[in-house]
Design a binder for this molecule. Structure first.
Ligand SMILES: Nc1ncnc2c1ncn2[C@@H]1O[C@H](COP(=O)(O)OP(=O)(O)OP(=O)(O)O)[C@@H](O)[C@H]1O
Ligand SMILES: [Mg+2]
Length: 293
């Protein structure tokens, strides 16, 4: 980075920290936080039928192997759905299909009741408000926490537009809100490379939140985290529930136990069982796939 850009960055952080300090005086129920407006996204998502995501009879094969096999699943707006299942069950492939990375051979995938996701490219699906977090944190290590979050708003801008880009007050407020949500308000000017693994994961989630996604897909978010980081991540997800719809894939059952309402068990590319964690854990077929192999 040039000294010029670094100076600009430092000024923005300074300006930003004063906003954060001002914000700290506001109560949770304060009109200011309640007044955060949502970023305009192209194409309204119709949730009048009570579903933000709807998959029906979806199948995909890789070299003749059915990784997803007539999978049907739906998620309600604001729901935090947990997906569990043994290795190779098709959990990541399911996320690949929703985000347009993998095209299914057959089936229907709808975002709300009107948007047929199979008609759109990966980048268009992201633009519509479906954010995805891969397992490995992919933050920009050389940049500060602030710059990483700021950068999340610059996607799809030209280089010149990016250089001229300045946060407006609504975006600044959003950034402050996100920093609090991801527990990094005290690390705003810290270089991302120096954050712990858990903090990097939170920062990446924050980058997704900057785009105000309607649906967030999180693949093994607590893998490699300390127990304390895992607990804080559970709190974070519970705070996101209701404001966003979430699909969380995890193997950590105590984490799932803390955050889950409905758990879907995938096996051999299809839904094997669904219900509360206690219900699915008592299901003979689920016990068989976890213990019998
Ligand atoms: N692009 C691909 N080409 C070939 N096979 C694939 C591809 N993607 C996934 N598979 C296979 O599909 C199956 C499902 O894989 P997937 O990664 O979705 O499982 P998973 O449930 O996410 O497992 P894990 O818990 O280990 O992450 C596996 O057998 C995998 O090898
Ligand atoms: Mg996986």
């Amino acid at each position: 980075m040039t000294p010029d850009l670094m100076e600009q960055g430092a000024k923005r952080v300074e300006h930003y920290q004063s906003r954060l300090a001002a914000k700290a005086g506001h109560t949770e129920s304060g009109g200011r936080s309640a007044g955060f407006s949502r970023l305009a996204v192209p194409g309204e998502v119709d949730i009048t039928h009570g579903r933000i995501l709807y998959l029906e009879d979806v199948s995909v094969s890789f070299d003749g192997f059915k990784a997803i096999n007539k999978l049907s699943l739906d998620i309600a707006p604001g729901e935090l759905r947990c997906i569990i299942g043994p290795n190779g069950a098709g959990k990541t492939t399911l996320m690949d299909i929703i985000t347009g990375k993998t095209r299914p051979d057959e089936g229907r995938v709808f975002f709300g009741s009107t948007i047929d996701l199979l008609r759109y490219k990966e980048s268009e699906i992201a633009q519509m408000g479906i954010g995805r977090k891969f397992q490995k944190p992919t933050v920009f290590e050389q940049l500060s926490v602030f710059e990483n979050l700021e950068l999340a708003l610059k996607t799809n801008k030209s280089v010149t537009a990016s250089m001229l880009f300045k946060l407006d007050s609504r975006q600044s407020d959003r950034l402050a809100d996100v920093l609090h949500t991801i527990h990094l308000a005290n690390s705003v000017s810290r270089q991302a490379g120096y954050l712990s693994h858990g903090q990097k994961q939170w920062l990446e989630i924050g980058m997704l939140l900057m785009q105000d996604p309607k649906l967030l897909l999180l693949d093994e978010p607590v893998a490699g985290m300390t127990d304390e980081e895992t607990e804080r991540t559970a709190e974070l997800f519970l705070s996101l529930k209701g404001k966003h719809s979430l699909m969380v894939v995890e193997h950590d059952m105590s984490f799932i136990n803390t955050i889950s309402d409905i758990v879907t068990v995938l096996c051999d590319g299809a839904v094997l069982a669904q219900g509360s964690l206690a219900q699915v854990q008592a299901d003979e077929r689920v016990i068989e796939v976890y213990l019998g192999r």
